[in-house]
Design a binder for this molecule. Structure first.
Ligand SMILES: Nc1ncnc2c1ncn2[C@@H]1O[C@H](COP(=O)(O)OP(=O)(O)OP(=O)(O)O)[C@@H](O)[C@H]1O
Ligand SMILES: [Zn+2]
Length: 397
């Protein structure tokens, strides 16, 4: 009898999916025997792993090298206030086991890199890319091509999301579509651009759906298509992907890549570079946040220009007497105004110290066209280092 193979408790537990036409006990058993690896326990990985666990995927692997932060909680729904500071893979594992104690959850609390990738992936049937950086995306792609595993890839930013299943049957891989990486400076991540929880929730859930269909012997919907989800307009569009490229470096006819390479060098940035740190200005054009605090304490006369977007001012402003907020995008148009209001010393600050350096360089160019010279500097590390080094009551964001 079918019920003997799965057990009464499991029959009850999964009854609502077992009664679906085309599922039945047989497919539930396939789920129980399957193993799915979720790389990245963040915005996408949390909802994806949650549905895989709830649906009875027998073995779920969780990879993440990071720890839970308070700013993760609005979207990374496996983590809790109590687990802030805990490794994400462990925090996620705790939640999954509390939801479904009958499955096995394996945690890989490590950086997924060229040394560890093949060994980890080889234990799993299907891989979910729930990461947020180019180096890991190329690494995962190449490892999945080498080991012939389907890669369910998701991404999300602001109000938008994307989803594709790479390396499915004879379909394209990630490299077929993107042979070379976009320069790191042109890539925006959630920490810079922001994202809403339900956006990653939608894409992560669809990643779980594609994985479960593959396990159950059904065709994934996005093996030869890419889903483009616009959460602001509520549109789901899909585009047909160009086929596998015969000249692809990894899955083509004469692949150049047959073993994993140095993906950080290939992409020009790594998984831990949350934000690129510019070193545009020499140190004599820069002030540390503690040096700036001293200027404030001495009531030094200067003009401070905060180039963050206006909606970030609610996180706190520096208490300068002469203060202007001019968002970086509007800076060039405001040079005349800054010149009018300028003091002998003009200082720029931003969130983390990149746009402030670009501002100094641009404003100095403008001053040169006027034949004018002022002392123009920026604050190293911006509001972030002010929070860390001077005033811990400022939120770090
Ligand atoms: N090579 C890697 N090895 C292990 N974990 C990785 C790797 N690359 C990315 N990740 C993990 O993937 C997850 C991506 O999720 P997400 O972007 O939502 O989180 P985040 O980095 O915490 O976000 P934020 O940008 O808001 O700080 C992160 O938890 C990150 O640590
Ligand atoms: Zn390819």
């Amino acid at each position: 009898m079918e019920s003997e193979t799965i057990g009464r408790q499991a029959l009850e537990r999964y009854s609502r999916q077992i009664i679906l036409p085309g599922v039945g006990v047989e497919k539930q058993l396939l789920l129980a025997k399957s193993s799915v690896l979720v790389v990245g326990c963040g915005g996408l990985g949390c909802p994806a792993a949650l549905y895989l666990a709830a649906g009875g995927v027998g073995t779920i692997g969780l990879v993440d090298h990071d720890t839970v932060e308070t700013s993760n909680l609005h979207r990374q729904i496996l983590h809790k206030e109590r687990t802030v500071g805990m490794p994400k893979a462990e925090s996620a594992s705790e939640s999954l086991s509390a939801l479904n104690s009958s499955i096995e959850v394996k945690t890989h609390n490590i950086l997924f890199d060229s040394n560890s990738a093949l060994q980890i992936i080889s234990d799993y049937d299907i891989i979910l890319d729930c990461t947020d950086n180019a180096a890991t995306r190329y690494l995962l792609n190449d490892a999945c091509v080498i080991l012939k595993k389907p890669l369910v890839s998701g991404s999300a930013l602001r109000f938008d999301g994307q989803l594709t299943v790479y390396n499915w049957k004879n379909g394209p891989c990630y490299r077929c579509l993107y042979p070379s990486p976009v320069p790191a400076t042109l890539v925006t991540n959630c920490a810079e651009g922001g994202v809403l929880g339900p956006i990653v929730g939608t894409i992560g859930s669809l990643q779980a759906l594609e994985a479960m269909k593959i396990v159950m012997g059904m065709e994934p919907a996005y093996g030869d298509k890419m889903l483009l989800f616009d959460g602001e307009l509520g549109n789901f569009r899909s585009i047909k992907l160009r086929p596998k490229q015969l000249n692809c470096d990894v899955c083509g006819e004469n692949p150049k890549i047959s073993e994993l390479i140095d993906y950080i060098a290939f992409c020009g940035s790594g998984p831990s570079d949350k934000e690129e740190k510019l070193a545009l200005l020499p140190l004599n054009k820069r002030l540390s946040s503690t040096e700036y605090k001293q200027l404030l304490d001495q009531s030094h006369d200067h003009l401070l220009i905060d180039v963050r977007p206006e909606n970030q001012l609610s996180f706190g402003k520096l208490p300068a007497k002469n203060y202007l907020n001019i968002p970086f995008e509007k800076l060039e148009k405001s040079f005349d105004l800054i010149n009018e209001k300028s003091k002998e010393v003009v200082l720029f600050v931003c969130r983390r110290g990149n746009d402030s350096q670009r501002s100094v360089a641009a404003f100095e160019k403008y001053l040169a066209t006027l034949g004018k010279s002022l002392q123009v500097k920026d604050i190293i590390g911006g509001m972030h280092s002010w929070s860390l080094e001077v005033d811990p009551s400022f939120p770090i964001y």
